[in-house]
Design a protein around this ligand. Structure first.
Ligand code: FDA
Length: 294
């Protein structure tokens, strides 16, 4: 459904769905994102800004997305925000040409380095995993200002974690938001969770600064207990959560002295992101369906 253009047109022009999306998306403009980021910073939460969009079909669109990413670093510096940025490779032309994509991401990583900031490469569906890992690995060899996202739902991720640790690359660990076949991903949530906890322990022991991205209290408890037991200070890693999700937990972690970063998506192209957030939680979908039926 997240790839359906007619559904996308309907959802992004319907008043009810637009209202519901506002819970997960900071707004359509950079000003909206900056305002949300400032508010989060004021409450002790760091931010990762994400200009929404994926799977572009032309070089011009990819170059325009790169320009926006570069502008985000200028704006973060001008506004003195405690924020980095997240990007998606298919928004930067991965489906068009890997060379073009790597050129554009290379410019973004360079800007991140010049600003002493950081860019995180989001992980998309499994069709892109190898290419995302390859691009990140090559760029990481040029600069420490880039990191990757890995998903505990995939069988391959334990090896990817070890490979990334070997080159000193910072990882954001998440469970994975894409529907994947059993040939590449654990079909059972219990296995995804168990893998998440196992990989969290591997990452925390590495001495590299990583992001533990989850709203799941059990995953958080595992990370906290492991860090405490091994005397890994709260400044050696950060928790990460999505804008508008479990703000109660976000506030509690900050109160408990942990570093917490909120992923703040913005832009007009919010449909696919919104659909993934709905799919994660049946209650969200039921809420939407009730409104549609009404
Ligand atoms: P789980 O799905 O088990 O949820 C645990 C609890 O969190 C739920 O019981 C509920 O309370 C709450 N919750 C979770 N999702 C919710 C929702 N949509 N609405 C309301 N409540 C919700 N994925 C990916 O494939 N590539 C990526 O690059 C990223 N990037 C990313 C960055 C950050 C900062 C985060 C936090 C997450 C991602 N993700 C991602 C998404 C991730 O893979 C995963 O789909 C979601 O985080 C949900 O998984 P949880 O770990 O929260 O656990």
């Amino acid at each position: 459904m997240a790839r359906s253009r007619p559904l996308g047109r309907w959802v992004t022009t319907n008043q009810t769905t637009c209202g519901l999306a506002a819970r997960f998306v900071a707004g359509e403009t950079m000003d909206d994102a900056v305002a949300a980021a400032r508010k989060l910073n004021e409450s002790g939460r760091m931010v990762s800004l994400d200009y929404l969009g994926e799977s572009v079909h032309s070089e011009a669109e990819a170059r325009a997305a790169a320009d926006i990413a570069l502008g985000m670093f200028d704006r973060i510096a001008a506004e003195k925000l405690d924020a980095n940025i997240s990007i998606k490779l298919t928004q930067l032309g991965l489906d068009i040409s890997e060379t073009l994509c790597e050129e554009l991401v290379g410019r973004i990583v360079e800007a991140a380095q010049n600003y002493r900031n950081f860019v995180r490469i989001d992980m998309e569906g499994s069709a892109y995993t190898q290419r995302t890992v390859d691009v990140c690995r090559r760029l990481r060899a040029r600069s420490p200002a880039v990191g990757i996202v890995l998903q505990s739902c995939l069988y391959r991720t334990e090896q990817d974690v070890r490979d990334m640790l070997a080159i000193g690359c910072r990882i954001r660990l998440c469970k994975g938001a894409y529907k994947e076949p059993a040939s590449v991903a654990y079909p059972q949530k219990a296995d995804v969770d168990e893998n998440y906890q196992r990989l969290t322990r591997v990452m925390l022991q590495s001495g590299i600064y990583h992001g533990i991205a989850t709203h799941d209290p059990r995953m958080l408890a595992t990370a906290r207990a492991f860090a405490r037991h091994h005397e890994i200070g709260g400044d050696h890693f950060e928790f990460q959560m999505l804008y508008g999700i479990r703000t109660d937990l976000q506030e509690r972690l900050v109160k408990d002295g942990y570093r917490l970063r909120v992923y703040v998506p913005f832009g007009k192209d919010w449909f696919a992101y919104f659909m993934r957030r709905l799919a994660e939680r049946p209650a969200n979908l039921m809420f939407l369906l009730r409104h549609v039926v009404r």
